[in-house]
Design a protein around this ligand. Structure first.
Ligand code: MLT
Length: 408
Protein backbone atom coordinates (compact mmCIF):
# COMPACT_ATOMS: atom_id res chain seq x y z
CA UNK A 1 0.00 0.00 0.00
CA UNK A 2 1.40 3.38 -0.99
CA UNK A 3 1.43 5.65 2.05
CA UNK A 4 1.34 9.45 2.15
CA UNK A 5 3.96 11.57 3.89
CA UNK A 6 2.16 11.90 7.22
CA UNK A 7 3.75 15.28 7.93
CA UNK A 8 1.72 16.91 5.13
CA UNK A 9 -1.41 16.33 7.18
CA UNK A 10 -0.08 18.77 9.80
CA UNK A 11 -0.13 21.62 7.28
CA UNK A 12 -2.96 24.06 6.75
CA UNK A 13 -5.10 22.84 3.87
CA UNK A 14 -3.58 25.26 1.37
CA UNK A 15 -0.61 27.58 1.03
CA UNK A 16 -1.39 31.13 2.25
CA UNK A 17 -1.24 32.81 -1.15
CA UNK A 18 -3.21 30.02 -2.87
CA UNK A 19 -5.89 30.37 -0.22
CA UNK A 20 -6.10 34.13 -0.80
CA UNK A 21 -6.14 33.67 -4.58
CA UNK A 22 -9.10 31.27 -4.25
CA UNK A 23 -11.06 33.70 -2.06
CA UNK A 24 -10.36 36.55 -4.49
CA UNK A 25 -11.32 34.44 -7.52
CA UNK A 26 -14.60 33.46 -5.86
CA UNK A 27 -15.40 37.08 -5.00
CA UNK A 28 -14.59 38.15 -8.57
CA UNK A 29 -16.78 35.49 -10.09
CA UNK A 30 -19.67 36.48 -7.78
CA UNK A 31 -19.05 40.19 -8.53
CA UNK A 32 -17.84 40.35 -12.14
CA UNK A 33 -18.34 44.13 -12.39
CA UNK A 34 -16.01 45.06 -9.55
CA UNK A 35 -12.50 46.03 -10.53
CA UNK A 36 -10.35 44.32 -7.92
CA UNK A 37 -7.04 45.95 -7.00
CA UNK A 38 -4.44 43.43 -5.86
CA UNK A 39 -2.07 44.58 -3.16
CA UNK A 40 -1.81 41.10 -1.67
CA UNK A 41 0.89 38.77 -2.97
CA UNK A 42 4.10 40.63 -3.81
CA UNK A 43 3.83 40.14 -7.55
CA UNK A 44 5.37 42.75 -9.82
CA UNK A 45 3.31 44.45 -12.50
CA UNK A 46 5.82 46.43 -14.56
CA UNK A 47 7.51 45.13 -17.71
CA UNK A 48 11.02 43.70 -17.62
CA UNK A 49 13.69 46.39 -18.00
CA UNK A 50 14.79 47.03 -21.61
CA UNK A 51 18.29 45.78 -20.87
CA UNK A 52 16.87 42.42 -19.74
CA UNK A 53 14.65 42.15 -22.81
CA UNK A 54 17.71 42.71 -25.01
CA UNK A 55 19.61 40.04 -23.06
CA UNK A 56 16.67 37.67 -23.43
CA UNK A 57 16.43 38.32 -27.18
CA UNK A 58 20.12 37.74 -27.62
CA UNK A 59 19.82 34.45 -25.72
CA UNK A 60 16.86 33.35 -27.86
CA UNK A 61 18.68 34.34 -31.06
CA UNK A 62 21.64 32.18 -30.03
CA UNK A 63 19.31 29.23 -29.41
CA UNK A 64 18.01 29.62 -32.98
CA UNK A 65 21.34 28.72 -34.63
CA UNK A 66 23.22 25.41 -34.44
CA UNK A 67 26.51 27.25 -34.03
CA UNK A 68 25.45 29.04 -30.86
CA UNK A 69 22.75 26.70 -29.57
CA UNK A 70 23.03 25.62 -25.90
CA UNK A 71 21.90 22.28 -24.49
CA UNK A 72 22.25 21.46 -20.80
CA UNK A 73 24.07 24.25 -19.04
CA UNK A 74 26.05 24.06 -15.81
CA UNK A 75 23.56 23.27 -12.98
CA UNK A 76 25.07 26.05 -10.87
CA UNK A 77 24.66 28.69 -13.56
CA UNK A 78 26.78 30.02 -16.42
CA UNK A 79 30.08 31.61 -15.37
CA UNK A 80 29.15 34.89 -17.14
CA UNK A 81 26.29 35.39 -14.68
CA UNK A 82 28.02 34.06 -11.55
CA UNK A 83 30.98 36.36 -12.17
CA UNK A 84 28.78 39.46 -12.50
CA UNK A 85 26.80 38.57 -9.37
CA UNK A 86 29.96 38.08 -7.30
CA UNK A 87 31.45 41.35 -8.55
CA UNK A 88 28.46 43.69 -8.36
CA UNK A 89 26.34 42.28 -5.54
CA UNK A 90 29.14 41.34 -3.14
CA UNK A 91 32.70 42.41 -3.96
CA UNK A 92 31.52 45.97 -4.69
CA UNK A 93 30.16 46.06 -1.12
CA UNK A 94 33.36 44.71 0.40
CA UNK A 95 32.02 41.17 0.75
CA UNK A 96 34.55 38.68 -0.49
CA UNK A 97 32.29 36.23 -2.33
CA UNK A 98 33.70 34.22 -5.26
CA UNK A 99 31.74 33.29 -8.41
CA UNK A 100 31.88 29.59 -7.55
CA UNK A 101 30.11 30.29 -4.26
CA UNK A 102 27.04 31.48 -6.22
CA UNK A 103 24.41 28.94 -7.25
CA UNK A 104 22.01 30.34 -9.84
CA UNK A 105 18.50 28.94 -9.55
CA UNK A 106 14.90 29.48 -10.57
CA UNK A 107 14.18 31.61 -7.51
CA UNK A 108 14.50 32.14 -3.80
CA UNK A 109 11.23 30.40 -2.93
CA UNK A 110 12.55 27.07 -4.26
CA UNK A 111 15.98 27.53 -2.70
CA UNK A 112 14.73 28.59 0.75
CA UNK A 113 12.33 25.66 0.59
CA UNK A 114 14.84 23.09 -0.64
CA UNK A 115 17.83 24.04 1.48
CA UNK A 116 16.51 22.37 4.64
CA UNK A 117 17.07 18.98 2.97
CA UNK A 118 20.76 19.26 3.81
CA UNK A 119 20.15 19.08 7.54
CA UNK A 120 19.42 16.25 9.93
CA UNK A 121 15.70 15.70 10.69
CA UNK A 122 16.29 16.32 14.39
CA UNK A 123 17.79 19.82 14.31
CA UNK A 124 16.18 22.60 16.32
CA UNK A 125 14.93 25.48 14.21
CA UNK A 126 14.33 29.11 15.11
CA UNK A 127 11.76 30.86 12.94
CA UNK A 128 10.57 34.44 13.32
CA UNK A 129 6.85 35.06 13.76
CA UNK A 130 5.42 36.56 11.54
CA UNK A 131 7.31 34.86 8.72
CA UNK A 132 7.27 34.07 5.00
CA UNK A 133 5.39 30.72 5.20
CA UNK A 134 7.81 28.75 3.01
CA UNK A 135 10.48 28.41 5.73
CA UNK A 136 8.05 26.89 8.17
CA UNK A 137 5.92 24.79 5.80
CA UNK A 138 8.92 23.08 4.20
CA UNK A 139 10.24 22.06 7.61
CA UNK A 140 6.79 20.75 8.53
CA UNK A 141 6.81 18.67 5.32
CA UNK A 142 10.24 17.32 6.27
CA UNK A 143 8.93 16.15 9.63
CA UNK A 144 10.85 18.58 11.82
CA UNK A 145 7.82 19.69 13.80
CA UNK A 146 5.13 18.21 15.95
CA UNK A 147 1.46 18.99 15.62
CA UNK A 148 -0.13 22.37 14.94
CA UNK A 149 -1.77 23.67 18.11
CA UNK A 150 -3.14 27.13 18.85
CA UNK A 151 -1.51 28.64 15.78
CA UNK A 152 1.94 27.09 16.30
CA UNK A 153 3.84 23.89 15.56
CA UNK A 154 5.35 21.95 18.43
CA UNK A 155 9.10 21.70 18.28
CA UNK A 156 9.79 25.06 16.60
CA UNK A 157 11.48 27.88 18.50
CA UNK A 158 9.42 30.92 17.49
CA UNK A 159 11.11 34.31 17.57
CA UNK A 160 8.32 36.80 18.25
CA UNK A 161 8.57 39.99 16.23
CA UNK A 162 6.13 42.38 17.84
CA UNK A 163 5.65 46.10 18.26
CA UNK A 164 7.50 45.80 21.60
CA UNK A 165 10.60 44.38 19.86
CA UNK A 166 10.39 46.85 16.96
CA UNK A 167 9.45 43.81 14.88
CA UNK A 168 12.97 42.44 15.23
CA UNK A 169 13.62 38.91 16.51
CA UNK A 170 15.54 38.48 19.76
CA UNK A 171 18.30 35.89 20.14
CA UNK A 172 16.76 32.54 21.13
CA UNK A 173 16.66 31.66 24.81
CA UNK A 174 16.98 27.93 24.18
CA UNK A 175 19.67 26.33 21.95
CA UNK A 176 18.91 26.16 18.23
CA UNK A 177 20.81 24.82 15.22
CA UNK A 178 19.23 26.66 12.32
CA UNK A 179 17.96 30.24 12.19
CA UNK A 180 15.89 31.83 9.44
CA UNK A 181 16.25 35.59 9.01
CA UNK A 182 14.82 37.82 6.28
CA UNK A 183 15.78 41.48 5.79
CA UNK A 184 14.29 43.74 4.53
CA UNK A 185 11.62 41.65 6.13
CA UNK A 186 8.75 39.89 4.52
CA UNK A 187 6.07 40.49 5.78
CA UNK A 188 6.78 43.44 8.10
CA UNK A 189 9.05 45.49 5.83
CA UNK A 190 11.43 46.17 8.72
CA UNK A 191 15.19 46.30 8.27
CA UNK A 192 18.17 45.32 10.40
CA UNK A 193 21.26 47.38 11.20
CA UNK A 194 24.78 46.00 10.86
CA UNK A 195 25.18 46.04 14.65
CA UNK A 196 21.99 43.98 15.17
CA UNK A 197 22.90 41.55 12.41
CA UNK A 198 26.36 41.11 13.93
CA UNK A 199 24.71 39.81 17.11
CA UNK A 200 23.19 36.97 15.07
CA UNK A 201 26.45 36.16 13.32
CA UNK A 202 28.30 36.11 16.65
CA UNK A 203 25.58 33.94 18.18
CA UNK A 204 25.78 31.46 15.29
CA UNK A 205 29.57 31.29 15.58
CA UNK A 206 29.48 30.71 19.32
CA UNK A 207 26.80 28.02 19.15
CA UNK A 208 27.80 26.35 15.84
CA UNK A 209 24.40 27.24 14.41
CA UNK A 210 23.68 28.24 10.82
CA UNK A 211 21.78 31.29 9.54
CA UNK A 212 19.66 31.10 6.40
CA UNK A 213 19.48 34.77 5.38
CA UNK A 214 16.82 35.74 2.86
CA UNK A 215 17.77 39.01 1.18
CA UNK A 216 15.19 38.86 -1.63
CA UNK A 217 14.20 42.50 -1.02
CA UNK A 218 17.65 44.11 -0.72
CA UNK A 219 17.12 46.17 -3.90
CA UNK A 220 14.61 48.30 -1.97
CA UNK A 221 17.15 49.47 0.62
CA UNK A 222 17.69 53.21 0.31
CA UNK A 223 19.29 53.89 3.70
CA UNK A 224 23.05 53.78 3.10
CA UNK A 225 23.82 52.48 6.59
CA UNK A 226 21.82 49.28 6.19
CA UNK A 227 23.50 46.05 5.10
CA UNK A 228 22.41 44.61 1.73
CA UNK A 229 24.07 41.29 2.45
CA UNK A 230 24.88 39.34 5.60
CA UNK A 231 28.42 38.99 4.23
CA UNK A 232 28.98 42.66 5.00
CA UNK A 233 29.25 41.39 8.59
CA UNK A 234 32.62 40.02 9.62
CA UNK A 235 32.64 36.26 10.10
CA UNK A 236 29.31 35.68 8.34
CA UNK A 237 30.87 33.54 5.62
CA UNK A 238 31.47 30.82 8.21
CA UNK A 239 27.89 30.66 9.44
CA UNK A 240 25.47 32.01 6.84
CA UNK A 241 23.87 31.13 3.53
CA UNK A 242 22.20 33.97 1.61
CA UNK A 243 19.26 33.80 -0.78
CA UNK A 244 18.68 36.42 -3.45
CA UNK A 245 16.01 36.83 -6.07
CA UNK A 246 15.67 38.76 -9.31
CA UNK A 247 11.88 38.57 -8.93
CA UNK A 248 11.40 41.84 -7.11
CA UNK A 249 14.75 43.36 -8.09
CA UNK A 250 14.14 43.20 -11.82
CA UNK A 251 10.57 42.03 -12.33
CA UNK A 252 11.42 38.32 -12.75
CA UNK A 253 8.46 36.78 -10.86
CA UNK A 254 7.27 35.18 -14.10
CA UNK A 255 10.72 34.83 -15.66
CA UNK A 256 12.19 32.90 -12.69
CA UNK A 257 15.79 33.48 -11.68
CA UNK A 258 17.58 34.00 -8.40
CA UNK A 259 20.60 32.61 -6.63
CA UNK A 260 21.93 31.26 -3.37
CA UNK A 261 25.34 31.99 -1.91
CA UNK A 262 27.01 29.13 -0.08
CA UNK A 263 30.51 30.18 1.01
CA UNK A 264 33.22 27.53 1.01
CA UNK A 265 34.12 28.34 4.64
CA UNK A 266 30.61 27.50 5.77
CA UNK A 267 30.67 24.20 7.66
CA UNK A 268 28.05 22.04 9.30
CA UNK A 269 28.75 18.91 11.35
CA UNK A 270 28.25 15.16 11.17
CA UNK A 271 27.06 12.91 14.02
CA UNK A 272 30.60 12.83 15.46
CA UNK A 273 31.08 16.59 15.28
CA UNK A 274 33.35 16.48 12.21
CA UNK A 275 33.06 19.35 9.76
CA UNK A 276 31.02 18.87 6.59
CA UNK A 277 31.22 21.37 3.72
CA UNK A 278 27.81 22.91 3.11
CA UNK A 279 29.01 24.12 -0.29
CA UNK A 280 29.80 20.53 -1.32
CA UNK A 281 26.41 19.30 -0.08
CA UNK A 282 24.44 21.98 -1.95
CA UNK A 283 26.51 21.37 -5.08
CA UNK A 284 25.69 17.66 -4.79
CA UNK A 285 22.01 18.35 -4.20
CA UNK A 286 21.66 20.78 -7.07
CA UNK A 287 23.55 18.65 -9.57
CA UNK A 288 21.28 15.71 -8.73
CA UNK A 289 17.93 17.46 -8.56
CA UNK A 290 18.26 20.63 -10.62
CA UNK A 291 19.25 21.20 -14.21
CA UNK A 292 19.93 24.90 -14.28
CA UNK A 293 18.04 27.97 -15.42
CA UNK A 294 17.39 28.38 -19.14
CA UNK A 295 20.10 30.14 -21.12
CA UNK A 296 17.95 33.08 -22.34
CA UNK A 297 16.80 33.74 -18.77
CA UNK A 298 20.40 33.81 -17.55
CA UNK A 299 21.26 36.22 -20.39
CA UNK A 300 18.37 38.43 -19.25
CA UNK A 301 19.64 38.25 -15.67
CA UNK A 302 23.19 39.08 -16.72
CA UNK A 303 21.88 42.27 -18.36
CA UNK A 304 20.79 43.54 -14.93
CA UNK A 305 24.47 44.17 -14.24
CA UNK A 306 25.17 46.19 -17.40
CA UNK A 307 25.40 49.95 -16.99
CA UNK A 308 21.92 50.55 -18.43
CA UNK A 309 20.54 47.52 -16.56
CA UNK A 310 21.70 48.85 -13.21
CA UNK A 311 20.04 52.22 -13.86
CA UNK A 312 16.83 50.57 -15.02
CA UNK A 313 16.45 48.24 -12.04
CA UNK A 314 17.14 51.10 -9.65
CA UNK A 315 14.31 53.03 -11.32
CA UNK A 316 12.03 49.99 -11.13
CA UNK A 317 12.50 49.60 -7.37
CA UNK A 318 12.10 53.36 -6.91
CA UNK A 319 8.76 53.24 -8.74
CA UNK A 320 7.41 50.67 -6.27
CA UNK A 321 8.96 52.55 -3.35
CA UNK A 322 7.01 55.63 -4.42
CA UNK A 323 3.85 53.51 -4.27
CA UNK A 324 4.92 52.42 -0.79
CA UNK A 325 5.29 56.07 0.21
CA UNK A 326 1.74 56.80 -1.00
CA UNK A 327 0.42 53.87 1.02
CA UNK A 328 2.31 55.05 4.12
CA UNK A 329 0.91 58.56 3.68
CA UNK A 330 -2.66 57.31 3.26
CA UNK A 331 -2.36 55.05 6.30
CA UNK A 332 -1.02 57.79 8.52
CA UNK A 333 -3.78 60.14 7.37
CA UNK A 334 -6.27 57.46 8.34
CA UNK A 335 -4.62 57.19 11.76
CA UNK A 336 -3.18 53.69 11.44
CA UNK A 337 0.14 52.63 12.93
CA UNK A 338 2.44 50.82 10.53
CA UNK A 339 6.05 49.86 9.79
CA UNK A 340 7.91 49.15 6.56
CA UNK A 341 7.57 50.69 3.13
CA UNK A 342 10.66 52.92 3.38
CA UNK A 343 13.35 50.36 2.55
CA UNK A 344 10.92 47.69 1.52
CA UNK A 345 7.88 47.18 -0.73
CA UNK A 346 5.72 45.92 2.16
CA UNK A 347 3.77 47.97 4.70
CA UNK A 348 2.71 46.20 7.89
CA UNK A 349 -0.39 47.82 9.30
CA UNK A 350 -1.84 47.46 12.78
CA UNK A 351 -5.58 46.94 12.28
CA UNK A 352 -6.53 48.80 15.45
CA UNK A 353 -8.09 45.79 17.13
CA UNK A 354 -9.52 44.20 13.97
CA UNK A 355 -9.00 40.51 13.29
CA UNK A 356 -6.63 40.08 10.30
CA UNK A 357 -8.95 37.92 8.19
CA UNK A 358 -11.96 40.12 8.98
CA UNK A 359 -9.95 43.14 7.89
CA UNK A 360 -8.97 41.30 4.71
CA UNK A 361 -12.60 40.31 4.00
CA UNK A 362 -13.86 43.82 4.68
CA UNK A 363 -11.38 45.40 2.24
CA UNK A 364 -12.13 42.79 -0.41
CA UNK A 365 -15.90 42.79 -0.16
CA UNK A 366 -16.51 46.49 0.55
CA UNK A 367 -13.96 48.14 -1.72
CA UNK A 368 -12.41 45.38 -3.85
CA UNK A 369 -8.88 45.80 -2.47
CA UNK A 370 -6.78 42.72 -1.76
CA UNK A 371 -4.24 42.75 1.05
CA UNK A 372 -2.62 39.87 2.94
CA UNK A 373 -3.97 39.06 6.42
CA UNK A 374 -1.14 39.23 8.93
CA UNK A 375 -2.35 36.11 10.74
CA UNK A 376 -1.42 34.11 7.63
CA UNK A 377 2.22 34.79 8.47
CA UNK A 378 1.97 33.52 12.06
CA UNK A 379 0.39 34.07 15.42
CA UNK A 380 2.17 37.40 15.99
CA UNK A 381 0.67 38.66 12.72
CA UNK A 382 -2.85 38.50 14.13
CA UNK A 383 -4.40 41.96 14.11
CA UNK A 384 -2.21 43.15 11.22
CA UNK A 385 -2.51 43.28 7.46
CA UNK A 386 0.29 43.54 4.90
CA UNK A 387 -0.11 45.84 1.91
CA UNK A 388 2.19 45.31 -1.04
CA UNK A 389 3.40 48.24 -3.14
CA UNK A 390 3.63 46.11 -6.28
CA UNK A 391 1.04 47.55 -8.61
CA UNK A 392 0.66 50.49 -10.97
CA UNK A 393 0.64 54.03 -9.52
CA UNK A 394 -2.96 54.50 -10.68
CA UNK A 395 -4.14 51.34 -8.94
CA UNK A 396 -2.33 52.18 -5.71
CA UNK A 397 -3.81 55.69 -5.73
CA UNK A 398 -7.27 54.32 -6.40
CA UNK A 399 -6.90 51.64 -3.71
CA UNK A 400 -5.94 54.30 -1.16
CA UNK A 401 -9.03 56.39 -2.06
CA UNK A 402 -11.23 53.30 -1.74
CA UNK A 403 -9.67 52.30 1.58
CA UNK A 404 -10.14 55.85 2.82
CA UNK A 405 -13.87 55.56 2.10
CA UNK A 406 -14.27 52.47 4.25
CA UNK A 407 -11.74 53.21 6.99
CA UNK A 408 -12.41 56.88 7.74
C1 MLT B 1 4.94 37.47 -0.96
O1 MLT B 1 3.96 38.10 -1.33
O2 MLT B 1 5.20 37.26 0.22
C2 MLT B 1 5.87 36.97 -2.01
O3 MLT B 1 5.50 37.39 -3.25
C3 MLT B 1 5.89 35.52 -2.02
C4 MLT B 1 7.02 35.01 -2.82
O4 MLT B 1 7.92 35.74 -3.25
O5 MLT B 1 7.03 33.79 -3.01
Amino acid sequence: MIKANKHYSKLNASYLFSDIAKRVAKFQSDNPDIKIIRLGIGDVTRALPDACIKGFEQGVAEMAKDATFKGYGPEQGYPFLREKIAKFDFQARGADIAPDEIFVSDGAKCDTGNFQELFSPDIKIAIPDPVYPVYLDTNVMAGRTGKYKDGRYDGIVYLDCTKESNFLPKLPETPVDLIYLCFPNNPTGTTISKAELKKWVDYAKETKALILFDAAYEAFIRDNDLPHSIYEIEGAKEVAVEFRSFSKTAGFTGTRCGYTVVPKECMIFDEDGNKVSLHALWQRRQSTKFNGVSYPVQKAAEAIYSEEGRIQIQALASYYLKNAELIRLAMSELGFEFVGGDNSPYIWIDGNGRDSWEFFDMLLTKVGVVCTPGAGFGKCGQGYIRISAFNSRENVEEAMVRMGEVLK
